[in-house]
Each structure stands twice: as structure tokens, then as C-alpha cells.
Design a protein around this ligand. Structure first.
Ligand code: NI
Length: 288
């Protein structure tokens, strides 16, 4: 066993120990783990939740190396470990996004937000809260323009404008972009990568929450359709989507899935390629 691996395993054990210690102290306060978005107990997965009120995402240390080569585009990664990435588009919203951040916080879930530049300029404090709480912020253009349908000059202004709004809000340059409406083609993906260093992030799971099918349907689709390594799409500007999140997130946690940001997910894939000889216990999971 290489020395670096031993030290990483040791760190993982320490992390788990700290996690167990911390979670017991949080037990009494603000635990909404078995409430839905309206603060009511119940829902599709309430049976599991009541038996296991401490549904919290474990603490992971998955560093993101900015120099690591990334692919042009991702909707999932290939992995045996049950990592998934929850993504939220079109915010920040002044009411819904802070509610969502509360829901994520009590579960220790780190998500990825593809924010719109106009909203970012309006609510920069919400962007700062996202970053402070460990979430990733990605580019979703200034005005939610369909990049494959506009001129290159307009596309450049849309991408750069959103990037500058994010940097002005939190000081961190985004490295991932989700194309508004999913409208993209290979030529634009190559251009985004060459000119800005972006990877284009699509999705593997789409609950179609923007069609407002109801919170129960959104939660059920997310829990039933998600597999290991997949990126899940949702929108933090719709109230019913936020209301669906406690059931969706607890449902995935109780099925054994663990949440990381998109860049951490990409990093996991890159490390699997680089260190294929390492056992899966490196990430604290055994292949079943
Ligand atoms: Ni969008």
C-alpha cells in the first residue's frame, strides 16, 4: 500500500469520526431531515426518514485540482462509487434559493448552482453564501440566452458578463457552464473550452420540474431515475422544486447516494483514471 494512500485513509477515518461527533450535537436544533419543504412531516420517503432522522451527507475531502485536464462536456461520470451531483439552474432567487440553502445545510449536501448573470448582480450576497457553505457556482449566461442560436459576439458577451458578475460577487472564476435551455452544439462546446477553459455541463437526470408536475412527482423522478455518477438537473426559481427537495435528497441519501459538487465529481473520475490501482475504500465505499 503506497504511503500516500495510508495517509489518505487515515484522513478519511478522522473525517468520519469528526462527522459522527458533529452530527450528534446538531441533533436537537433545526433538524428538518424528515420534513418536506412546507415544514410538514410525511411524504413519499417519510417511512425511511422517521426511522433514520439523521440523514446527513458525509464530510468528503475531494480536492479539485484546477490543472487537471477536463473533458469538453459531462452529463455523468463512470464510477462504481455512489456519488451524484445535484445542480440548480436559473437563480439565485431572493426567496427560494435561501430556503434551498437551508435544506442543503442541515443535510451537509454540497450542490452546484448555474446562476444567471442578471440575478447574480441583483443578489450577490446569495452567491457569497453559496460559496461560504461549500457549494460550487457555474456560469449560465447573463440573460439566459441560447448559445447555439446567437452570434459569437453575443455569446461572448453573455458568457463573459455572467463570469464577471460571479467574480464580482464572490471572487471565484467559474470553470463550468450549463447552456441555457440545453441549446448547445459541438462547435460551441469547443469554443467555450478553448476561449474560456470551460467544460459544458449537461445532465443525466431531468425531473422536468420547470413543467410544474407537482413536488411529489419531482421527488419521485429524482429518486427513482438517478444512478451512480450522474448529474441531476433542477431549478431553484420554482417553489414546488424547493418543496420537493427534502424528499428527493433524503430519498437518495437513504438509498446510499452521496452528494458532491460537479467539479468534485469530475475530479473523482480523473483520479479513477490516474489511480486505477487504488481500492474503492479510498472514498469510503466498497463495491457491491
Ligand atoms: Ni436555465
Amino acid at each position: 500500500m503506497p504511503r500516500s494512500l495510508i495517509s489518505r485513509l487515515f484522513f478519511f477515518i478522522i473525517s468520519i469520526t469528526l462527522f459522527i461527533g458533529c452530527s450528534s450535537s446538531d441533533k436537537e436544533k433545526n433538524n428538518t431531515a424528515f420534513m418536506d419543504g412546507n415544514g410538514n412531516k410525511g411524504g413519499v420517503f417519510s417511512g425511511n426518514s422517521k426511522r433514520n432522522p439523521m440523514l446527513r451527507n458525509p464530510e468528503f475531502s475531494i480536492p479539485v485540482d484546477p490543472n487537471l485536464a477536463r473533458s469538453l462536456t459531462y452529463s455523468r461520470i463512470r464510477t462504481q462509487a455512489p456519488f451524484v451531483a445535484m445542480t440548480f439552474d436559473d437563480g439565485p432567487h431572493p426567496v427560494h434559493t435561501p430556503r434551498l440553502l437551508d435544506i442543503l445545510k442541515v443535510r451537509n449536501i454540497k450542490a452546484t448552482f448555474f446562476v444567471v448573470g442578471t440575478n447574480t448582480r441583483r443578489y450577490p450576497h446569495i452567491i457569497r453564501r453559496m460559496v461560504a457553505e461549500g457549494h460550487e457556482v457555474g456560469n449560465h449566461t447573463v440573460n439566459h440566452k441560447y448559445l447555439s442560436r446567437i452570434s459569437i459576439e453575443e455569446a461572448r458577451a453573455e458568457v463573459l458578463g455572467c463570469e464577471r458578475a460571479i467574480v464580482a460577487a464572490c471572487g471565484i472564476k467559474p470553470r463550468i457552464l450549463r447552456p441555457p435551455g440545453g441549446h448547445i452544439n459541438n462547435r460551441v462546446k469547443v469554443w467555450l473550452n478553448r476561449e474560456f477553459g470551460y467544460s459544458t455541463i449537461m445532465w443525466a437526470v431531468d425531473p422536468e420540474d420547470w413543467k410544474r408536475p407537482g413536488s411529489g412527482v419531482v421527488a419521485h423522478r429524482i429518486v427513482s431515475e438517478t444512478d451512480a455518477g450522474e448529474i441531476i438537473l433542477a431549478h431553484d426559481i420554482h417553489g414546488p422544486t424547493i418543496a420537493a427537495m427534502p424528499r428527493a435528497l433524503d430519498g437518495l441519501l437513504s438509498k446510499g447516494y452521496r452528494f458532491v459538487t460537479v467539479s468534485q465529481l469530475i475530479s473523482i473520475e480523473r483520479r479513477q483514471v490516474v489511480k486505477a490501482e487504488e481500492p474503492s475504500e479510498f472514498y469510503g465505499f466498497k463495491n457491491s
